[in-house]
Design a binder for this molecule. Structure first.
Ligand SMILES: [Mn+2]
Length: 474
């Protein structure tokens, strides 16, 4: 990270987008075509997971051998420069912008009568989601796995809660959604309390990546808004919503594909293999409700299916934690720190967070580490504090900082017996529970130490480092 890219402390609102964001995914991919890899050769759906996981930027498969008429895209937000494009701001302004916009009130929706997602309507028995290009993500799984944005409508407030719970496609009109998010459980219980044994549910495929960043928000909000009401806020534009065909809900009118139906919670199913963001087959089993599909609506011209390949280092690791980063940024700046970046790195197994800041005097680092180790989510088992001169995007640079700037006898602390992630194989399973675990946490101070001569921490680089490039001489 160069000096010019560091976020400055400012109490003025960040600058808005230079131009309005695209309101649909196909527009977004066209606008950002300079970073989109288009694959026009025929590709088997069997190879799409391994191929997309090799891409460092958005990838669009235009010719899927088994699924003519559909396209598939992935890897929209793996890196910071791509996340910045999702909000239409510079890489340097991205984190401060998301952090700021998350503090704004919800923009809500603009309801419209029709939209591109209604160009094709398949109702009842005419609908079959095994026709969509849904991949099987790993060797051990046996069924296709949907990773779309899920919407549920709170029957009490009317707010739309959004998440990205993965769903097994178990038949043409059936599925098994994995409800990992607590809010979906709360809302499901509200339907139960008003005497229903099912709740309306919608899967939304192919929307601009800002929707997905917001859909993965996790924090207090249910009495104020749903994630979907905030999409217009973080995109700085109106979100158009159109009524569903078979359920009492609305969905984004400019989506590529929408699947409607009901989640039945009267009957639960035991499910075996699943894949975690830590890239293990955990948890080993879970009990999931059944989904009954009632309609599919989609674009008429080669609808784009959005996949999130689950492993090894894909959108699946950073995407659900991008709002976490913005919230961590807000909490650290509240301490008076000059925060230059926060990262749940793709290579951190969704269990680790790096915080990068300048601090005015001794004592700040451990408070900052404790603040983030004690965050609401289960993704901060290991928190590493670094100084602005460490390259947060390079695992080797962060590792170098840990090796050289941390005296383990005083710059590391461990807390035992905290909430463990169900996706962490090192965490201990609770007795009689196949899902929840406990684990310890570690805070690592790898900053340049205020207790030493600052010159001790000046890194050595070759003469003209960063100014001459080998590729110019090839
Ligand atoms: Mn929520």
């Amino acid at each position: 990270m160069g000096k010019s890219e560091s976020l400055s402390i400012s109490h003025a609102p960040p600058a808005g987008a230079a131009r309005p964001l695209d309101r649909d995914l196909r527009g977004y991919l066209a606008t950002n075509s300079d970073v989109v890899t288009r694959i026009t050769k025929p590709v088997s759906i069997e190879n799409i997971p391994a191929l997309s996981a090799q891409s460092e930027q958005p990838i669009l498969f235009e010719n899927i051998a088994e699924k003519p008429g559909f396209r598939l895209c992935d890897i929209l937000v793996k890196h910071r420069h791509l996340q910045a494009r999702a909000l239409g701001v510079s890489k340097a302004e991205y984190l401060r912008t998301l952090a700021y916009r998350l503090r704004l009130p919800p923009r809500g929706f603009k309801y419209v009568k029709d939209g591109p997602v209604k160009e094709v309507k398949q109702l009842g028995k005419d609908a079959d989601w095994t026709r969509l290009p849904v991949p099987i993500h790993t060797d051990l799984e046996e069924q296709p796995y949907v990773t779309a944005m899920n919407l549920v409508k709170d029957p009490e407030t009317g707010f739309y809660n959004a998440s990205h719970a993965g769903t097994i496609v178990s038949g043409p009109r059936s599925g098994l959604p994995s409800f990992v998010t607590p809010h979906t459980h709360v809302i499901m219980n509200k339907y139960r309390e008003i005497g229903q044994d099912k709740m309306p549910y919608a899967f939304v495929f192919g929307i601009p990546p800002a929707y997905e960043i917001m859909a993965n928000y996790s924090g207090q909000h249910m009495d104020m808004w749903g994630e979907l009401e905030m999409v217009g806020t973080i995109m700085d534009q109106d979100v158009e919503m159109v009524a569903c065909e078979t359920i009492d809900m609305s969905v984004p009118a400019h989506a590529e594909i929408v699947v409607e139906g009901w989640v039945h919670f009267g009957k639960m199913f035991d499910v075996g293999v699943s894949v975690s963001p830590s890239s293990y087959f955990l948890p080993k089993s879970s009990r999931l409700p059944g989904f009954e599909l009632t309609a599919i609506t989609m674009r008429g011209d080669r609808p784009i299916y959005r996949n999130h390949q689950t492993c090894p280092e894909t959108d699946h690791q950073p995407l659900p934690r991008l709002c976490h980063e913005a919230m961590v940024y807000n909490r650290l700046t509240e301490m008076g720190l000059k925060v230059t970046d926060v990262r749940f790195p793709t290579w951190g197994a969704a269990l680790s967070c790096i915080i990068q800041f300048e601090y005015p005097r001794q004592g700040f680092v451990n408070d900052a580490l404790m603040l983030i180790l004690g965050s609401p989510w289960l993704n901060t088992k290991m928190v590493v504090a670094i100084s602005p001169d460490t390259n947060i995007e390079k695992a080797s640079d962060v590792y170098h900082a840990i090796a050289t700037r941390c005296d383990p006898s005083r710059d590391i602390f461990v807390v035992s017996n905290t909430r463990g992630s169900p996706y962490d194989p090192s965490a201990a399973l609770l007795p009689g529970d196949a899902f929840w675990r406990t684990v310890g946490k570690i805070g690592i101070d790898a900053t340049a130490k205020a207790r030493h001569d600052a010159k001790d921490f000046i890194r050595s680089w070759p003469r003209n480092w960063g100014k001459v490039r080998l590729e110019d001489y090839l």
